[in-house]
Design a protein around this ligand. Structure first.
Ligand SMILES: [Cu+2]
Length: 462
């Protein structure tokens, strides 16, 4: 071996050692990987690769966080950071979230698991993470100033506890909460039962309710808004950009929702009755359940509802506060039902080109087409097989279909109604006007004359 070759070999060895020193193996392994998600699509359920088995949930327009097993402990890594969330195609929001998305990834563990969560703060201010609903040692509760110092920017903290109780939980900051939650800092947490047969369902959907106030033309939520939000979301998505909940006819279905907005949301499902089977305090014993078609979820609450999807179709599932099923809108618009606008629009058009009169015959906006400011959405939108849906915000469809494969969540398209089962226009003889017993038929003297329809149809001509 020549001296040159020896020099060369020792140089290479030195380089290899230097490399190992720069990226120390111990250093790289000390923190679990922090997977990042940049898609707002609904990810396939995360089938547990190790640890105790469980039936994974489906996070609507979201995903679940992978973990690493280390000496029997499930290690997760959350990164608090600014993110860009697609609220709907054509509208993006500058939010704060975790691991690339808002809401952050769903964390799924099994009752009895020891869990270690690394939280790295890449926000411009301090934060903390509160594990909402978990029964854990006080110092792991994540309340800045009370149970721990805040996590300063650039720092990583560790939370460690045993997930004692199966149930439906969430996580969010307990530091500068008004700003951080208004910016989208939140995530779902599911602790599955030890026995996967306990409370087993065929489909298990999860989402968080969040509200944002993003002025048309802007990208960042106004964090001082208390009530007048203009975007009401399931997992920071608005209809029609919220994926449908696709289920097989006969499936037992669970839907879990958590409310991190500043008001209550009565969630309503069509075509089925359900029971509230779980709260953030745990599972409701069967003798304490009652049937409902709407359940109110108060601020800070979680609810799990369950039903057998025995009625095929495309069923609306939505918050029942009608303003919550609309997108970006003005709240200071006067009610104009019954007011004749003929002539007014032409005059205003000379001052404001493109001005449209709205609301004269009700609020319906189907068929209206007005240029929108940058980065906002029409108030009411979505198209179904029979026309405009005129919904936005907290609205989606429960699609019940025969014969789907287990685990198949693909949108099956519009429901094909059996012949004779769709409401239709009556063209036969009109029944006589009804009258109160003993009263006179016809209109009362001075009854309010609400103008509906007539020759002055449509808005395209204005
Ligand atoms: Cu609502």
């Amino acid at each position: 071996m020549s001296i040159d070759t020896m020099k060369r070999r020792s140089f290479l060895q030195g380089a290899a050692l230097l490399g190992a020193g720069v990226v120390s193996k111990a250093g790289a392994a000390s923190l679990p990987e922090a997977p990042v998600q940049d898609s707002a699509a609904t990810a396939a359920p995360l089938v547990p690769p190790n640890g105790r088995p469980y039936n994974p949930v489906v996070t609507l327009n979201g995903w679940s966080l992978p973990w690493r097993m280390k000496d029997g402990v499930k290690e997760f890594h959350l990164v608090a950071e600014p993110v860009v969330r697609e609220l709907a195609p054509g509208m993006h929001a500058n939010l704060w979230g975790y691991n690339g998305q808002s809401p952050g990834p769903t964390i799924e563990v099994v009752e009895g698991d020891r869990v270690r969560i690394f939280v790295t703060n890449k926000l411009p201010e301090h934060t903390s993470v509160h594990w909402h609903g978990q029964i854990l040692p006080n110092g792991m509760d994540g309340v800045s100033g009370v149970t721990q110092p805040s996590i300063q920017p650039g720092k990583t903290f560790v939370y460690e506890f045993v997930a004692k109780h199966a149930g439906t939980f969430m996580y969010h900051p307990h530091a500068d909460e008004m700003a951080q939650m208004a910016m989208g800092m939140m995530g779902f947490w599911v602790t599955h039962p030890k026995d996967p047969r306990q409370h087993a369902v065929d489909r298990d959907f999860v989402f968080l309710l969040a509200a944002y106030d993003i002025e048309p033309g802007s990208y960042t939520p106004k964090i001082n808004t208390m009530l007048d939000f203009n975007l009401w979301t399931f997992n920071s998505r608005v209809f029609p950009a919220i994926d449908p909940m696709v289920v097989r006819q006969g499936d037992r279905v669970r839907i879990r929702a958590g409310n991190l907005t500043m008001t209550n949301h009565p969630l309503h499902v069509h075509g089925h009755t359900f029971e509230v089977t779980g709260t953030d305090g745990g599972w409701v014993r069967p003798s304490a359940r009652w049937p409902e078609v709407t359940t109110d979820i108060a601020v800070g609450q979680m609810r799990a509802i369950e039903f057998v999807a025995d009625n095929p179709g495309d069923w609306a599932f939505h918050c029942h506060k009608s303003h919550h099923t609309m997108n970006a809108m003005g709240h200071d618009v006067p009610t104009l039902i019954g007011v004749d606008h003929r002539g007014v629009a032409e005059k205003i058009n000379q001052l404001v080109p493109g001005y449209m009169v709205m609301g004269e015959k009700g609020g319906a906006m189907g068929g209206m087409r007005m240029a929108l400011p940058e980065n906002t959405l029409p108030m009411m939108t979505g198209t179904g097989q029979f026309g405009e849906i005129e919904m936005g915000g907290m609205f989606t469809l429960l699609k019940v279909r025969e014969g789907l494969r287990r685990g198949d969540y693909r949108d099956p398209g519009h429901y094909r109604h059996p012949k004779g089962t769709v409401a239709y226009e009556w063209t036969g003889e009109k029944p006589p006007a009804p009258s109160a017993p003993g009263g006179k038929a016809g209109r009362a003297e001075g009854a309010l004359d609400v103008r509906r329809g007539g020759a002055h149809e449509g808005h395209e001509g204005h």
